[in-house]
Design a protein around this ligand. Structure first.
Ligand SMILES: Nc1ncnc2c1ncn2[C@@H]1O[C@H](COP(=O)(O)OP(=O)(O)OP(=O)(O)O)[C@@H](O)[C@H]1O
Ligand SMILES: [Mg+2]
Length: 590
């Protein structure tokens, strides 16, 4: 008796499904790819319960007749390639004839398809890879495929599905990629009967504005490049769209979304002169390359590609984008981003020493002057805000400001003061972060913080993605003292912020809290702690903020009422001690 046996096809399909179908979002991806390959102009994605109960994709594409519908769910059944030659020049999104068979083996399928002009369409039912029924159906002029109860017959996989919110977030990510790759098509996304997107045909700039936020429109630069058979097109963001986390970088190759280091490194190196290591620019780009110069058959989910001439592609992208980054550098940034403040501050700083350094060219000087004027106007407002802030600090503090302790601010980021045993140097940002972190934790767990009404409620537009993150953390933000209401699609109004929070940066702070929260959530399992830490990090005074003596004393006093004045929530030291002993030793007194 032989020990080795050939596995039955239902089992091999299930095994293959392990590679192709990771989660509901993978199903959405495969079905949307098929709709696009079928030249659909409108694609509707209907989701229930994060895709765990239902994933349905409806299109108005070419459709299938009865025979094709039956074949479509067979393994290695494809209309897209015929022979080995075709495999080396793939121009469709699908090519393996594997997706539907894999999906069908681990779900309950209900597929309806009809070819345009035909009288009849057919409806096919498959359960766990087993054919159940095919019968005539009225023609819907395209295809509708419903996938129910994904992994119902693979409990181990089903168990590993995440919450509906997280699965939905992954689906939204994938959906948005297609919407960006094909702006000329209509896309609709409905979750639990709520419409999340309803995108009409448009051009890429409008699509970007619709998917991210209208303000992106004025902050993106169109890119076009060509070199022999390579071409690149799309948009890159100016300095206003620099974010502190990844997520707004999209690259397509022949309109297929890919994750490819050659391409992302090329863009980042083109941006190198304007961003630092932990900053990420916005981009949405498509590289067109002859299909025989790129291998798309290198990844089970078709998410990666390999270029035949990797270095050439890198150079081409870097140089093409580099030209526009020069453009981006010249862009006069808006005022609502903190980064821009740093930018003005350095401009201002360098202005002071302009005579000593070599003079800037006339034009640059003129632009700098204009920016300075604006910055000065703004700084008046800031001074007032700073005053208000220090008043709040005073009101809040239970400890009366110390009298007679010498405090001193150094390099606009350290507070130096004397203690019995020597000198302490305190990092003002992390000190404040620690104070706010503990206060926020307390507010969330023990009782609410006092909100402070804004004179002018702020309207903030968010991307759909950020909006869903915000919904997730809203209850905590409420406790901390934010008051927000929904105001149209993906838009909120902020009525109040936590008492003591600095004014004037509400929209930035909220966006930054969302960014930071997304980052923290990866390492920190407690949502409360993540929210508290994000809030503390973003609302705290920064290096570069000038503090009055009173503010410094107040900060020091409050720091020493916290449970751990020595380390910030991420473990960075807050205080450096220079003992009298050590100082004496340095002066060779001991
Ligand atoms: N929405 C659709 N409209 C028309 N035909 C479709 C649709 N979905 C699938 N098909 C047909 O069914 C076949 C099988 O689809 P399937 O996704 O399993 O394989 P594929 O797209 O050829 O390759 P891959 O496994 O790489 O996705 C396709 O080649 C296509 O002919
Ligand atoms: Mg396919």
């Amino acid at each position: 008796m032989s020990k080795i046996r050939i596995l039955p096809e239902t089992l091999t399909n299930k095994i293959a499904a392990g590679e192709v179908v990771q989660r509901p979002a993978s199903v959405v991806k495969e079905l949307m790819e098929n709709s696009i390959d079928a030249e659909a102009r409108t694609i509707t994605v209907i989701i229930k319960n994060g895709g765990k109960s239902l994933i349905q994709v409806v299109d108005d594409g070419n459709g299938m007749d009865r025979d094709d519908l039956l074949l479509a769910f067979e393994r290695y059944a494809t209309s897209k390639i015929k022979d080995e030659n075709d495999l080396s020049r793939i121009s469709t999104l699908g090519f393996r004839g594997e997706a539907l068979a894999s999906i069908a083996s681990v779900s309950i399928v209900d597929a309806v398809s009809g070819v345009k002009g035909d009288m009849e369409a057919y409806e096919l039912k498959i359960v766990g890879g087993e054919f159940k029924d095919i019968r005539p159906h009225s023609n819907i002029g395209g295809t509708s495929i419903s996938i129910r109860n994904l992994f119902f017959n693979v409990p181990a996989r089903r168990k590993f599905l995440k919450s509906a919110e997280i699965e939905l977030k992954n689906i939204i990510d994938i959906f948005r990629k297609f919407a960006l790759a094909y702006p000329e098509k209509s896309f609709v996304l409905i979750h639990n009967d709520r419409e999340i997107y309803n995108l009409r045909p448009s051009d890429l700039a409008d699509r970007i504005a619709e998917l991210y936020s209208p303000e992106y429109r004025k902050n993106i630069v169109e890119v076009l490049g060509e070199e022999r058979e390579l071409s690149i097109s799309g948009f890159i963001g100016n300095l206003n769209l620099i974010r502190s986390r990844r997520g707004e970088q999209t690259f397509f190759v022949n309109r297929r979304y890919v994750s490819n280091r050659t391409l992302s490194n090329a863009v980042i190196s083109a941006y190198r002169s304007v961003i630092s290591g932990d900053e990420y620019p916005f981009y949405c780009l498509n590289l067109m390359i002859p299909p025989d110069k790129v291998d798309v058959n290198v990844h089970p989910a078709k998410m990666e590609v390999k270029f035949r001439e990797d270095y050439r592609v890198f150079q081409f992208v870097k140089i093409s984008i580099g030209k526009y980054v020069e453009e981006v550098k010249k862009s006069i940034p808006g005022f609502d981003k903190p980064r821009i403040w740093e930018y003005y501050e350095t401009k201002r700083g360098s202005g002071r020493f302009a005579e000593e350094k070599d003079g800037e060219r006339k034009v640059t000087a003129e632009i700098a002057r204009l920016k300075l004027e604006d910055a000065d106007n703004r700084s008046q407002v800031w001074k007032e805000r700073a005053k208000k802030f220090s008043e709040h600090l005073k009101e809040e503090s239970s400890v009366p400001p110390g009298v007679g302790i010498p405090v001193f601010q150094f390099a606009e980021r350290y507070i130096i003061t004397q203690v019995k045993s020597g000198l302490v140097i305190i990092d003002q940002h992390v000190a404040h972060e620690r104070i706010l972190y503990e206060a926020a934790l307390k507010a969330v767990t023990q009782g609410s913080w006092k909100p402070q009404q804004l004179l002018f409620p702020q309207v903030i537009e968010l991307s759909a993605e950020d909006f869903s993150v915000l919904l997730e953390i809203l209850p905590y933000l409420n406790k901390i003292g934010f008051r927000m209401r929904e105001f149209g699609r993906n838009t909120i109004v902020v009525d109040a912020v936590p008492a003591g929070m600095r004014w004037g940066r509400e929209s930035t702070i909220i966006k930054e809290i969302i960014d930071t929260y997304v980052e923290y959530r990866k390492h920190e399992s407690s949502a409360v702690k993540s929210v508290a830490a994000s809030y503390a990090c973003k609302a705290a005074i920064k290096a570069g903020d000038k503090l009055t003596e009173e503010e410094m004393i107040n900060l020091v006093d409050r720091l020493f009422t916290t449970s751990n004045p020595y380390f910030c929530p991420h473990g960075r030291p807050i205080i450096v001690n220079l003992s009298l002993d050590e100082i004496d030793k340095r002066f060779k007194r001991k």
